[in-house]
Design a protein around this ligand. Sequence first.
Ligand code: NAD
Length: 351
Amino acid sequence: MAITAPFATPHLFSIIHRKKKEKLGIALLGLGGYAGGQLAPSLQQTEYCYLAGIVTGTPSKVPEWQEKYNIPDKNIYNYDNFDEIADNDSIDIVYVVTPNALHMPYTIRAAQAGKHVICEKPMEISSENCRKMIDACEKANRKLQIGYRLRYEPRHQKLMKWAREKTYGKVKVIDTDFSFYGVNGSNWRFTDASLSGGGPLMDIGIYSLEATRYATGREPISITAQKYKTIQDKLPGMEESIFWQMEFPDGMIANCGSSYVARRNYVWVSTENGRYGIEPAFSYGGLKGMVNGDSMNIETSRKQQAVQMDAFAQNILNDTEIIASGQHGLQDMIYIEAIYEAAGSGKKISF
Ligand code: NAD
């Protein structure tokens, strides 16, 4: 039955209007290194979403962003007037790109303002906060994606497929590490544990953790861990290096690490009938996939973040399931808490 104006509520009209959109508007919230260096350029390549607005606490950043990305005045917000975004139909998605411990408040405010949310990794600094974010999005009936760009990357997707289909036999042992060398600068990730929630594990080790889950296709049954600190006057309240081991069902083992004083960036999978992996594995580009000594022969031209954001926009437009879901973010946080607990106590944590 056709809906005629006298019987249709404004809300119904807004839903109909939203369904007709072909491209969704994204507002980036927190205009730091990742938003400026990766997300805004990626939004120049997206097909199903575009950079519509910004939310920033630093007014001096506004003119450059407006000029570079043609952002109208009506789509610019600060943290005080952010909730007014509820009245702005040209913003469909808020992308939260702040320090980790601010992901929860902004995700909840965005969902309550009726916006879908992409939240950067790690999802927050505790599983309790992750649960509150999921609840808020569910209550507001809004979708939530975590910024796990590699869940949409074709080489990483091969690891998922080969685990699922046992293409090279059963997975036996996974080696993975994401580290970089250099505790430099005053950035919150090196200086403020109340914002970061931890050291390299929270920041980059989370990629290795993620890889163990999709390269086995299973969830771990136990975790042991060790942490080290050699530079005592840096990284207050955070680890400098952390190593952890995970047992999965069916005799699969993962040996993992993350450090701010090492140069490692790989995931390697040994199976009954071979060995495959990616090295470098976790960078924004230049990934090299290998299988049994040969190249995976995968060419990519689009930025990882463009693929990730387009996938989310399509999830919204077609009401389909999110690959990098809030549940994945929460599950990773539960394992991160277990890794820290195991490293602190020296005990094996079983699930
Ligand atoms: P950054 O320090 O460069 O930027 C953070 C932004 O948040 C800054 O613009 C800052 O002004 C703003 N901000 C708002 N409130 C703040 C407060 N109270 N204190 C400090 N800053 C505040 O950090 P970044 O490297 O852009 O990281 C932002 C988020 O993105 C983090 O959660 C990080 O883990 C994530 N990240 C993800 C990837 C990825 O590959 N997916 C890469 C880099 C960063």
